[in-house]
Design a protein around this ligand. Structure first.
Ligand code: ADP
Length: 495
């Protein structure tokens, strides 16, 4: 009898393989950090051959370290960083350029041009998305233009396009299956939310030939089987989700009114809206939560681009810290930020501002400011951004949120979670398994394949690690939020 579901979780910061057992519990995992390429300010690329190599490495590592046989795996669930996209040659299997990552701002001028042409409204109506460089459409156009200019020998009939799920699925299946799921497709700015298929007008607008696009399938369902010479056995792949939608699934948010916030490279607040498309008056995105063969679930989402990414920058760029976890003790070592505020706009600002030209800034620095004040200001800015989006979601829903469910790498930071509860004035609940993204992919794949019998049972068995209640510092945190908002307004519109 098979023992595990294998979740492959391909994030922005790194790639993971995690085994979940028959009870839905995390059994073991392997992880590899991913190289970030910054060719120009505001640009970010990933090498998809590295992502494919690391996928195979982490799968092998988790099997070897637990002495697990491939035949013990019932099925695979795949979840990925969204919007990031790539073109490759289907005859050679080689990518034609590095992938353009979701945070990359290189197509902001094109977005401004399209806005000036009055296209933002129709794009929003068709796709539910704000016209922004964040989504795949303008990135795919940029890649196609680049290939036509720099690799004129490439025959476009041999080119395939995809987000990271599509690239990895194609490779896992021995180059047989070129597909994606609705949750990933809904982030490309090319899928029509009503028809749940590629929108031919939008493909034409962006100059993208329909034949290079993958087939869109339900998130829970049969995506094919792995090729035996890839990971040593023919295993079914029975779920694909965008990372944020996978986390929503793992938290059991299957009814309107339920929402979660994931703290990874960015922060993403996603609210389940049920089986009808919901529209926001607060610049939140309308998107697909997930689909099954006979049902579509929609969501509203507030996407904040750089949160954990600011911690990576403190480590690798500014070199103010040596590791992400140490920010917890550093923030705790000072009573406050001494008046220092950080605007985390390393890749512009997403919800609720949608300002591609905003750039990060420290404000309020005086001679007394230390490394600890600056690190604390960066952590505080993560929680302030989430407060802005919670406020927007509260305005949309009309009934204020009473508890925030969290997950993701940076949710492990206790100081940050306590500060989040203080600034929101509501409890913050962290589950025992903070890798909700991988857990959602495993739950989805296990349910679709029959390995798991019941979604509600899986959700009921999840354990809470900690509930952070608003404490004595709540009032000061909420007052400082007002000053931080002022700093944000000064970092906006730098073009
Ligand atoms: P992704 O799925 O976007 O790759 P993860 O959920 O794996 O992200 O989280 C990684 C991010 O979380 C990194 O940006 C890292 O800097 C941040 N992070 C991890 N641990 C901590 C911590 N203890 N405190 C603050 N940030 C952290």
């Amino acid at each position: 009898m098979t023992q595990y579901v294998l979740a492959i979780d391909l994030g922005t910061t790194g790639n993971r393989a995690i085994l979940f057992d028959r009870a839905g519990q995390l059994y073991a995992q392997a992880y590899k950090e991913l190289t970030q390429h910054y060719p120009h300010p505001g640009w970010l690329e990933h090498d998809v051959t590295e992502i494919w190599a690391d996928t195979q490495t982490v799968v092998r590592d988790v099997l070897v370290k637990t002495d697990t046989n491939v035949s013990d795996i019932a099925t695979i669930g795949l979840t990925v960083q969204r919007e990031t996209c790539v073109l490759w040659d289907k005859t050679t299997g080689e990518p034609l350029h590095k992938a353009i990552v979701w945070q990359d701002r290189r197509t902001a001028p094109l977005c401004r041009e399209l806005t000036a042409q009055g296209k933002a409204e129709i794009i929003q109506q068709k796709t539910g998305l704000v016209l922004d460089a964040y989504f795949s459409a303008t990135k795919l156009k940029w890649l196609l233009d680049w290939v036509i200019e720099h690799k004129p020998e490439v025959d476009l009939d041999n080119v395939l396009a995809g987000t990271i799920d599509t690239w990895i699925l194609w490779n896992l299946t021995g180059r047989q299956v070129h597909a994606t799921d609705h949750s990933n497709a809904s982030r490309t700015m090319l899928m029509n939310l009503e028809t749940r298929d590629w929108d031919l007008d939008l493909l034409e607008l962006f100059g993208i030939p329909a034949h290079i696009m993958p087939t869109i399938q339900p998130s829970l369902g049969q995506f094919g089987t792995t090729s035996a010479n890839v990971i040593g056995a023919e295993l079914p792949i029975t779920a694909i989700f965008g990372d944020q939608q996978a986390a929503l699934f793992a938290h059991g948010c299957d009814q309107p009114g339920l929402l979660k916030c994931t703290y990874g490279t960015g922060c993403f607040l996603v609210a389940q809206m049920g089986t009808h498309i919901a529209r926001s008056s607060q610049n939140l995105l309308s998107t697909i939560a997930w689909t099954t063969a006979d049902q579509t679930y929609y969501a509203l989402e507030g996407a904040m681009f750089t949160t954990g990414a600011c911690i990576q920058w403190l480590r690798d760029g500014a070199q103010l810290i040596e590791s992400a976890p140490e920010t917890e003790a550093i923030a705790q070592s000072v009573a406050d930020t001494d008046g220092v505020y950080f605007v985390p706009a390393l890749s512009g600002l997403g919800a609720p501002h949608w300002d591609m030209s905003a750039r990060a800034a420290f404000f309020g620095i005086t001679g007394g400011a230390t490394q600890a004040h600056m690190v604390r200001a960066v952590l505080e800015s993560i929680a302030y951004q989430v407060k802005e989006v919670v406020d927007a979601a509260n305005t949309d829903s009309g009934s204020p949120l009473v508890r925030l469910k969290v997950d993701g790498g940076a949710s492990k930071n206790n100081w940050l979670m306590q500060f989040q509860a203080d600034v929101l004035g509501i409890p913050v609940e962290r589950p025992a398994v903070s890798d909700a993204t991988a857990q959602g992919a495993a739950f989805g794949a296990g349910l679709a394949s029959g390995f798991y019998a019941d979604y509600a049972d899986l959700i009921a068995a999840r354990q809470v690690d900690c509930v952070f209640e608003p404490g004595e510092d709540a009032q000061a945190a909420q007052e400082n939020f007002e000053l931080w908002s002022k700093a944000v307004s000064r970092a906006k519109r730098l073009d």
